[in-house]
Design a protein around this ligand. Structure first.
Ligand SMILES: CC(C)(COP(=O)(O)OP(=O)(O)OC[C@H]1O[C@@H](n2cnc3c(N)ncnc32)[C@H](O)[C@@H]1OP(=O)(O)O)[C@@H](O)C(=O)NCCC(=O)NCCS
Length: 254
């Protein structure tokens, strides 16, 4: 994939640079064979949650996501994966429950066969990945979830760009509402994202915004044309380091 390089966390410790956002892209299909090992890294509460999923696919995705999150963080804070404690902020944004590591921020997203984990020091962030579902009634989705400005731009686009535009806009907006930790509690009409996937990602706020506006928004380059992804973080001047996750040296096919 464009910009991504392979990282196997064989080294004992992972040192984070300040002013860098780290991304890990995981292909769930490649981790199925590691499931028995990965499930052992989860807490009892996480296993309970995994077991409550009706569909096996959702259960597997949850296990892979949360075990690999534990593995990555264990290399950063030098704790066994199972000793890592999580909690949630308001609106349930997950965070670490280790006062001495409160400057480590992370966020994750999953869609289709991918999981993406974003992590950085001293900056809040939000990440989103979306499978571009070609069968969705995109016009209806746009009317239901987009702002007036987004709807107007959407209607001006050529028909072949519309479906990707909707998902591009959605992932840009979702990365933002996850960065501020509000999730869907934040009114989606109160701001707009640039909708055309060929244009620079931008956020525009309508009226009063209860947050300062020093956010950077980036599209994440993926070679897989069926997916779009966006990252939002607080501040500017950060580098982004793109990594594939491969447990036990499994090599990606592309
Ligand atoms: C956060 C939210 C936008 C995620 O959207 P999604 O497309 O379903 O899922 P994604 O895969 O992109 O992200 C899910 C991950 O976001 C994280 N997350 C959950 N709440 C979050 C929040 N408030 N802010 C940032 N990240 C959040 C979690 O890690 C979650 O994964 P997990 O459940 O496996 O731990 C959405 O679920 C949300 O707003 N939830 C909280 C509010 C809510 O439930 N509102 C409903 C009534 S308005």
């Amino acid at each position: 994939m464009q910009g991504f390089h392979m990282i196997q966390l064989t080294e004992e410790r992972l040192t984070l640079n300040i002013n860098t956002v780290y991304l890990w892209l995981i292909n769930i299909d490649n981790e199925i064979e590691n499931m028995d090992h990965l499930r052992q890294l989860l807490s009892i509460e996480e296993m309970d949650r995994a077991n409550r999923f009706v569909f096996e696919k959702d259960k597997q995705r949850y296990i892979v996501t949360h075990s690999i999150l534990r593995l990555i963080i264990s290399k950063i804070i030098s704790l066994e994966p199972l000793s890592i404690r999580f909690t949630v902020k308001k609106r349930d944004k997950p965070c670490l429950n280790h006062p001495e590591h409160q400057d480590i921020h992370f966020n994750l997203s999953h869609s289709g066969k991918y999981i993406i984990i974003a992590l950085a020091l001293k900056t809040e962030l939000g990440i989103d990945i979306e499978f571009i579902n070609p069968v969705l009634d995109r016009d209806q989705m746009v009317l239901s979830f987009c702002s007036k400005q987004e709807i107007d731009t959407y209607h001006q686009l050529p028909v072949d760009l519309k479906i990707k535009a909707f998902y591009t806009c959605w992932s840009r907006k979702e990365a933002f509402i996850k960065a501020i930790g509000e999730g869907l509690y934040f009114p989606l009409n109160d701001f707009s994202a640039s909708i055309d996937s060929r244009t620079k990602p931008e956020l525009t706020f309508h009226g009063k915004v209860p947050f300062h506006q020093n956010w950077t928004i980036l599209d994440i380059p993926l070679d897989d044309k069926d997916y779009v992804s966006a990252l939002v973080f607080e501040g500017s001047g950060y580098q982004v380091q793109f990594n594939y996750w491969t447990t036990w040296g499994h090599r990606e096919k592309w």
